[in-house]
Design a protein around this ligand. Structure first.
Ligand code: HEM
Ligand SMILES: *[C@@H]1O[C@H](CO)[C@@H](O)[C@H](O)[C@H]1NC(C)=O
Ligand SMILES: CC(=O)N[C@H]1CO[C@H](CO)[C@@H](O)[C@@H]1O
Length: 317
């Protein structure tokens, strides 16, 4: 046993080794790869600034299920209900952006650039176009050959900070990194169904969630109210909803978080100092966000000869 333990440690560390990922991995095999992706994201962004939110959430959902292996892109079939068909994935969007980037990259360099790298690069570019930090990402990820809806277990919007922390720790993230990554909610929207429980009879109290600004609760109640049809959406960051900045943190300090988990960050004693720091330090947040995004892009990646380079991001070769 004593002899085996260090060996096991070595074996378990191997898949985490990032030796095969490097900045500029495609420099010789496909020198235009990064600029082709950037061009697609730029033109999509000019037409619709919400692509940043779409890609950020897609990247998170990809990396937190089986690692960043583009498993989220696989279309469901009758005999393989993929990750896309799992509850939390229902509102993930932006697949057509990846399709367009993949098509253009395939035209330039067939079967060379992975879908997993395209998601990572496209997200990095979309963050930059939305006013966020500019950062290098290592590439060389390979695409996974499995995508199953029953493997999707992501943290939920009603999680407490300790519950969410457990989910993030399982992927190697600290509490500070979790608070940083939840700053991704500086852009994008949430459907009423994800937070409506906070607006009335919260947890059977007969009253709205006391941690929400009452005027915000009234406003959201109108948007989400009985007279609205379907499942409306509201901005996660009620201040600057399409800019990647630190305003999300001032909003939650002012009790103006939309999702319960977002508001919890500004309530829980362990996370509120981190929230307060980011709220008052725009540059500190930018730097931390860039670092945390790079780290998220390295979760459970496949490299070398593992997996494959998909030809079509929606189907296994
Ligand atoms: C505890 C962790 C998290 C929970 C519980 C959570 C939950 C949610 C929920 C419920 C929505 C609304 C979805 C909808 O109504 O369609 C959402 C949206 C979003 N999430 Fe998260 N999230 C988490 C972490 C993250 C992370 C780490 C990122 C990225 C760094 C992220 C980025 C986004 C973005 C950008 C949107 C808006 C999507 C859009 O506009 O289509 N989230 N999240
Ligand atoms: C929202 O509407 C419900 C149903 O009409 C009501 O019971 C609740 O008090 C309202 N909440 C707020 C904050 O206005
Ligand atoms: C984007 C996407 O593929 N969404 C799917 C999520 O799952 C539902 C139900 O299984 C499908 O109808 C959607 O097409």
């Amino acid at each position: 046993m004593k002899k085996i333990a260090p060996l096991l440690g070595f074996v378990f560390l191997l898949p985490l080794a990032l030796g095969d990922l490097k900045v500029g991995f495609y420099n010789s095999a496909c020198p235009r790869a990064e600029s082709i992706v950037r061009q697609v994201v730029q033109s999509r962004f000019q037409a619709d600034r919400s692509v940043t939110a779409a890609l950020l959430r897609m990247h998170f959902h990809d990396c937190f299920v089986r690692g960043c292996d583009a498993s989220i892109l696989i279309d469901s079939t009758d005999n393989n209900p993929s990750e896309k068909s799992a509850g939390p994935n229902l509102t993930v969007r932006g697949f057509e952006i990846i399709d367009e980037a993949k098509k253009n990259v395939e035209d330039a360099c067939p079967s060379t650039v992975s879908c997993a790298d395209i998601i990572t690069l496209a997200t990095r570019d979309a963050v930059f176009f939305a006013g966020g930090p500019s950062y290098d990402v290592a590439t060389g990820r390979r695409d996974g050959i499995t995508s199953a809806h029953d493997e999707v277990s992501l943290p939920g919007p009603t999680f407490s900070v300790p519950q969410a922390q457990q989910a993030f720790a399982a992927k190697g993230f600290t509490l500070t990194e979790m608070v940083t990554l939840l700053g991704g909610h500086t852009v994008g929207v949430a459907h009423c169904s994800f937070f409506k429980d906070r607006l009335s009879d919260f947890r059977g109290t007969g009253a709205p969630d006391p941690s929400m600004d009452p005027s915000l609760a009234v406003k959201l109640n109108v948007t989400c109210g009985a007279s609205s049809s379907g499942d409306p959406t509201v901005s996660l960051d009620q201040s600057t909803s399409s800019i990647v900045d630190n305003k999300f943190y001032s909003e939650i300090l002012a009790k103006r978080g939309i999702l319960q988990i977002d508001q919890e960050l500004a309530v829980d004693k362990s996370s509120v100092p981190i929230v307060a720091k980011f709220a008052s330090d725009a540059n500190g947040f930018r730097q931390s966000f860039a670092n945390a995004m790079v780290k998220m892009g390295n979760v459970g990646v496949l490299t070398g000869n593992a997996g494959e380079i998909r030809k079509n991001c929606r189907v296994f070769n």
